[in-house]
Design a protein around this ligand. Structure first.
Ligand SMILES: [Zn+2]
Length: 482
């Protein structure tokens, strides 16, 4: 918001008629009086009073959607009328009893924020619930929109999941003990347990003081956190929980990830991979679920889908998997493709000019975006705390907004912690070939994707050449040196 904002001379006062019990005490007359009093204090001139009829009879109407179907939607002609006049410039300010209740649909609120920002028009609620006349207020409103959008998305996701439950594909195996974090049918996330799983991941990935699995188990025991079976926590059970593909919303078969699952993820995929990579590195063993490290780096030239590590009848392959939406026509032997890419990567890595460029990447820009986002989020947290301290927010609002931003901050921190520069730094620190052998599968993938962000295209198998592996099938989609 520009500081040069003018004092509104033709402002709108928006009042609501509502049959909501709590609103009765604040009738239309009272709302208008409050609004005019606020305008006087601020030196605004009210040019028009618009009434929003918010009684239940007017609340929902059948509207035609773009696809021709009809749906019941809350329509707010008064609010829309006010928005139109503000965006056309006919009016230059808005006072309403309670902005977030007038614009209850997050889409409405987003529209209002747009108008406020583009035309530098202030919008203020008499109840003090929202002030769109400074950056902090707009930040807060955006947070509110995010909260509202998130809850409606969650609802959509729940509905979508119900539909998907009908589909056979991707259903959990069923039977036996339930997996920690999920209900017995494996379809629903148990929030309290999901929280424990996220905490485990944080401790494992802690950049300053990563916890050993036994320490995590001991802490859970000390706090009396129950396990899924009631058995005592152990390092082994913690490992088994956090490395299960299901916590990242992935389905696995015989230790290979075979695709997205129908249930929700508890850990972001990146976080989960970082956890698996970290644990695999600690134990000095490879993690089966991440063995197919070229997943995401190989592409089908026919339908442009990404190839996925797949356990087929003829051994592990990378396949343009039809169950994941691919054409099914391209497949390549996994171990041969991996060996070929490893050879090429090591050739590249030992070229002095490439090494130089990688060293530059390792120390600078790859995670710049994430770092910037992190800094912005951290600034926003401070701003929120200030707003709460100045009583511009209730504690409940503050807590809710803070939780959302904090989640994002945690993700960014994990991302900064787990992405390519760290892997590259360790790789370039010593003998590159030996370093490569020591890399976890996830680390190898990060290096490949840093060298070739667009990965390789896998050409069709030429049957006239028999069964022999033809390395020429792998062509870079874009090269670092290009
Ligand atoms: Zn394909």
């Amino acid at each position: 918001m520009k500081p040069t904002q003018n004092t509104p001379k033709r402002a709108i006062l928006l009042v609501r008629i509502s049959d909501d019990k709590a609103e009765d005490a604040r009738g239309v007359g009272r709302q208008e009086a409050d609004g005019r009093a606020l305008a006087d204090r601020l030196g605004w001139t009210i040019a028009e009073v618009i009434t929003e009829n918010d009684t239940s009879a007017f609340k929902r109407r059948k509207v035609m959607l773009p696809d021709g179907s009809t749906a019941l939607r809350t329509v707010r002609p008064g609010f829309r009328n006010a928005l139109d006049k503000l965006s056309s410039g006919a009016r230059d300010g808005l006072i309403a009893d309670d902005l977030d209740r007038v614009a209850r649909d997050p889409r409405d609120l987003e529209d209002l924020i747009d108008v406020v920002e583009q035309r530098h028009i202030p919008a203020i609620a008499t109840t003090g619930s929202m002030r769109l006349d400074n950056d902090a207020g707009i930040t807060m409103a955006r947070v509110m929109v995010a909260i509202a959008n998130k809850s409606s998305r969650d609802t959509r996701r729940r509905v979508a999941r119900k539909h998907q439950e009908l589909a056979e594909e991707g259903k959990p195996g069923g039977g036996g003990f339930r997996g920690y974090g999920f209900t017995r049918n494996g379809m629903e996330v148990i929030p309290a347990e999901a929280k424990v799983i996220r905490w485990m991941a944080e401790r494992i990935l802690d950049p300053v003081e990563p916890w050993a699995l036994n320490r995590i188990a001991a802490d859970l025991e000390r706090r009396g956190v129950p396990s899924a079976t009631g058995a005592k926590w152990s390092g082994r059970s913690v490992r088994s929980i956090v490395t299960k593909p299901s916590v990242a919303g992935l389905r696995a078969h015989k230790g290979e990830v075979v695709g997205p699952a129908v249930w929700s993820a508890i850990l972001e995929r990146d976080v989960w991979e970082a956890v698996c990579a970290t644990l695999a590195g600690r134990a000095g063993s490879t993690d089966l679920t991440l063995k197919r490290w070229l997943t995401g780096a190989l592409w089908c030239p026919l339908c442009r889908h990404s190839l996925t590590g797949w356990q087929g009848n003829h051994g592990p392959r990378y396949w343009c998997a039809t169950p994941l939406g691919g054409c099914g026509k391209i497949a390549i032997k996994a171990d041969r493709a991996e060996a070929e890419v490893a050879t090429r990567v090591l050739d590249l890595l030992t070229k002095p000019n490439i090494l130089q460029r990688l060293t530059a990447i390792a120390t600078t820009s790859v995670t710049e975006d994430v770092r910037r986002e992190l800094a912005e989020d951290e600034a926003q947290l401070k701003q929120l705390a200030g707003m709460w301290a100045r009583k511009e927010l209730t504690f409940a609002e503050y807590r809710e907004a803070r939780a959302i931003i904090e989640d994002r901050v945690k993700e960014s921190r994990t991302l900064v912690q787990s992405s390519a520069p760290r892997v590259l730094r360790s790789l370039l620190a010593g003998d590159v070939r030996k370093g490569w052998e020591r890399l976890t599968p996830a680390g190898k993938r990060e290096v490949v994707l840093t060298l070739l962000p667009d990965g390789y295209e896998v050409g069709p198998h030429d049957r006239s050449r028999g069964n022999a592996f033809d390395p020429r099938r792998l062509t870079p989609r874009a090269a670092l040196a290009a």
